[in-house]
Design a protein around this ligand. Structure first.
Ligand code: 2AM
Length: 478
């Protein structure tokens, strides 16, 4: 046995991770169900590092030093279970099986429990950054035992992206914590992209700008607080011309957004936890709406509209959209971090939220300057109630509030749908309101369902029996 680590499943992500590991000086044993993919990797990239090609899982297991660490990079779901089941009888106590795919964290919880019973360690490793990240340095969220993390740490830290000398990898917590945080990361990515898409739509529909002009706006934004991978990429995509037609690329792409499911998982989980992640939820629903092409065609026929461009000053409006985008982004992240905090509480994970922000600064799709501000906020105050009220973000939201309203008004008036902008503003207004109409909802619930209510002026739980014929109204304490 001479390999430090093993990996089975050499599709694009697996192959790139294996190359990244080898390039960083670790001897890696590689295996794939279809052997040709393994030999192709070794033939093509063998000179990048020290690969041990293995034709069977038995060979793979035999090639790795103990305690063994084996990355499983097969399709999420049944394939992962099948491979784990095949591996388990070949392993020895203390060995570590790592699922570095996009598993649902509940599957990770289940698998961890099953392997723990057999004296093995199961790690759910969230890897963000797509194919490029996997090869050049992803953001890595590890969920598993301390022992497993200690064994994996040298490899994980050497392959992760690095920002300011700090690797973008961390031991998030036990069992499903890594995949959970990766899930919320993807949810935030949905919100980020939806906010960018709404900004683009407003600049195009309200101001009548061309995609290349909007690309210039995004480039400019990328020089400020909004600096991030996604803003930068938006400029690149908007400037791109379709080779076939010569049209702006964005105009030849069918406008039905797809999803692999992590946004949906995030929303489902937030509903269970009772955390209002309105930005992520609206982003997910906006993708669903775009995909309902038959309903859209039917609605277009009956309610045909062309969004009206408004008579607004270009520079003023561009800056208002920037402020609205930033304020809405602050809300989306505050909500996402709330969900992580709630998940940690629910599952008993000791998650360091500042560390989560730190390891998202590089490698992953939502990498951004902005995350440094979140990191600072949590290092100043680890038990923060909401990111919104920390000085830096409070300032951004308060400063941008007027612009935010102007943009939402312009959108509503012009018939440009901005669900993420609007719902984020509603969330902000909801949080800061002195009295919410929830009081009326409680009163109604007590009226029709005897669900009881509390009073503002004294403790206790009450129910009001409303006056009936011959009987006066009566409040009873429950
Ligand atoms: P393959 O090359 O033999 O198809 C992505 O599909 C990766 O997961 C591929 O490496 C694929 O192997 C592997 N994979 C999918 N289902 C699998 C299974 N049931 N057992 C083993 N590997 C599987």
């Amino acid at each position: 046995a001479r390999a430090t680590i093993g990996l089975t499943g050499l599709a694009t992500m697996g192959r790139n991770l294996a190359r990244n590991i080898a390039r960083n000086g670790h001897t890696i044993a590689v295996h794939n169900r279809t052997t040709a993919k393994m030999t192709a990797l070794v033939d093509e990239f063998g000179d990048e590092g020290d690969f041990v090609g293995c034709e069977s899982l038995e060979d793979l297991v035999a090639a790795i030093e103990r305690p063994r660490a084996i990355l499983v990079m097969v399709k999420a779901g049944e394939a992962t279970d099948a491979v784990v089941d095949e591996l388990v009888p070949l392993l020895d106590e203390g060995d570590i099986v790592v699922d570095a795919g996009n598993a649902h964290y509940r599957d990770t919880l289940r698998r961890q429990e099953a392997l723990e019973e057999k004296g093995l360690h199961f790690v759910g490793m969230g890897v963000s950054g797509g194919e490029e990240g996997a090869l050049h340095g992803p953001s890595i969220m590890v969920g598993g035992s301390d022992h497993a993390f200690e064994v994996l740490q040298p490899v994980v830290e050497s392959i992760a992206a690095v920002v300011d000398g700090t690797p973008c990898s961390a031991h998030i917590g036990s069992d499903g914590a890594g995949h959970f945080v990766k899930m919320v990361h993807n949810g935030i990515e949905y919100a980020d992209m939806q906010l960018i898409a709404e900004s683009y739509d407003l600049l195009r529909s309200v101001l009548g700008l061309e995609p290349t002009e909007i690309a210039d706006v995004f480039d400019e934004w990328n020089g400020g607080d909004l600096e991030s991978f996604l803003i930068e990429m938006t400029a690149v995509v908007l400037r791109h011309t379709d080779a076939e037609t010569g049209k702006p690329f964005v105009d030849v792409v069918r406008d039905a957004a797809e999803q692999k499911g992590t946004g949906r998982w995030t929303v489902q989980d937030a509903l269970d936890l009772g955390v209002p992640i309105t930005g992520i939820a609206e982003a997910t629903f906006a993708r669903s709406l775009s995909g309902h092409t038959e309903q859209r065609a039917a609605a277009r026929e009956v309610f045909s509209t062309t969004p009206e461009s408004a008579d607004v000053d270009r520079d003023t409006f561009v800056d208002q959209v920037r402020a609205a985008l930033y304020a809405s982004k602050v809300v989306a992240y505050a909500q996402g971090f709330d969900q992580i905090a709630a998940g940690a509480e629910e599952h008993g994970w000791d998650i360091d939220l500042g560390e989560v922000a730190t390891i998202w600064r590089g490698g992953c799709i939502i990498r951004a300057q902005f995350l440094d501000r979140i990191r600072e906020a949590y290092s100043d105050e680890p038990d923060l109630t909401t990111l919104l009220t920390t000085p830096y973000f409070a300032h951004a939201v308060t400063d941008g509030a007027d612009a935010w309203r102007e943009v939402v008004v312009a959108a509503v008036r012009g018939g440009v749908p901005t669900p993420a902008f609007s719902s984020s503003l509603a969330y902000f207004d909801g949080l800061r309101r002195d009295r919410l109409p929830a009081a009326l909802i409680q009163a109604l619930r007590d009226d029709f369902g005897a669900h009881t209510y509390e009073r503002v002026d004294r403790d206790g739980t009450f129910h009001t029996r409303w006056a009936e014929e011959g009987k006066p109204e009566e409040q009873v304490e429950e």
